[in-house]
Design a binder for this molecule. Structure first.
Ligand SMILES: O=C(O)C(=O)Cc1ccccc1
Length: 349
């Protein structure tokens, strides 16, 4: 797929000539451009020949496909109907990796995808932060005034809620952003627009009626890349930001005590937290289902859960000590993976 350069004028971003390079390192508070291939340096290959297959939800042009190519520039992206199918593809050996959007600056944690992480045993091997810039796309020649409805992925519709209200258009959720574009085209829908990337517009030949239609200009989505094959972890010490670990601490009661224990265990060892979410809300207080990889199934049910990401690896002694200290409490700890921290934010122009 060709990534053409279009105009791009947001604060903190600059178009870097016609190359596919833009990025903003928020964490270190300075502007930094990164190349699309710099994430891993060398693209890993199993047995030195096979190209990696990365399963994602959606069709070509979806943001998840872009995240997959960002992580492994030489990969073969494998389109899947749903995120669960992408995970199943890896479990069944049809793909090497799966890519999953798990949180966004505008909507917070994407609980449905986090649940998938918790209910399957696929370690996180990488993280990718993607700046998501939405466009309003329509069939060639269609004007805004002719539109009655907008279709897109639920996350994209949520990110653009105010804009949609201002336009006074109905909306309908479909599987993915690029899938919405494909649907417009295949059904020749002249009264419907899609919210998707400008790349999807180029790929499918649709018109861009408006750029940057998200409610907040700063809109970053974090994707996690999962694999059974830990060799696909980005090389340790690839950058000066070191490792990061994601885990959940699940328990049956006493959130406050568990939380205090966790904060104390981490702070005495100077381990920085990069995410801490306490009992993310779920409909009707339904328990969280977590797989215990040591036991296989059935899934364990917990009313209380902490989502924790921290700087450091499960190989670090101070991390092992901190987890041992937390385990003095009757909690269930499941580590979801240690991987290279990637504070860069990659973007589509
Ligand atoms: O629908 C897509 O293009 C996806 O990849 C899912 C998604 C939607 C919105 C933001 C990030 C990922």
């Amino acid at each position: 797929m060709a990534y053409a350069t279009t105009s791009f004028d947001l604060v903190n971003f600059k178009v870097a000539s016609s190359k596919r390079i833009i990025g903003y390192n928020k964490q270190i508070k300075q502007q930094r451009f990164v190349t699309f291939n710099s994430v891993n340096g060398v693209v890993p290959r199993i047995n030195g020949v096979k190209k990696l297959k990365v399963a994602y939800q959606g069709v070509p042009g979806a943001f998840s496909e872009f995240a997959a190519k960002q992580a492994f520039s030489d990969c073969i992206p494998l389109p899947c109907r749903a995120f669960l199918d992408a995970i199943t593809a890896v479990e069944e050996g049809k793909a090497d990796l799966a890519v999953l959007p798990v949180e966004s600056t505008m909507e917070g944690t994407e609980l449905r995808n986090y649940d998938l992480l918790l209910q399957h045993d696929l370690p996180i091997v990488q993280e990718i932060n993607l700046y998501v810039h939405y466009c309003l796309l329509a069939m060639p020649g269609v004007s805004k005034g002719e539109l009655k409805k907008v279709i897109s992925h639920p996350l994209a519709l949520a990110h653009c809620g105010k804009t949609l209200a201002q336009l006074g258009l109905d909306h309908e959720a479909v599987e993915d952003t690029a899938g919405a574009v494909e649907l417009l085209l295949s059904n020749r829908m002249f009264d419907t627009a899609a919210i998707a990337s400008s790349q999807a517009a180029l790929l499918y030949g649709l018109d861009v009626l408006a750029h940057g239609v998200q409610d907040e200009s700063w809109n970053v989505t974090r994707f996690l890349i999962l694999s059974k094959d830990l060799r696909l972890r980005s090389p340790k010490g690839r950058n000066k930001f070191g490792s990061k670990t994601s885990m959940v601490v699940a328990h049956h009661s006493g959130t406050l005590n568990v939380l205090l224990k966790l904060l104390s265990a981490f702070s005495t060892r100077d381990i920085n937290l990069t995410k801490l979410e306490v009992n993310p809300s779920r409909t009707n207080g339904t328990p969280v289902l977590v797989l215990d990889p040591k036991e296989g199934g059935p899934l364990k049910e917990f009313p209380c859960i902490l989502y924790v990401d921290f700087e450091g690896s499960m190989d670090d002694q101070n991390v092992k000590d901190a987890l041992a200290e937390i385990s003095e409490f009757p909690v269930f700890i499941r580590t979801l993976g240690s991987y290279s921290a990637d504070p860069n934010i990659y973007g589509l122009q």
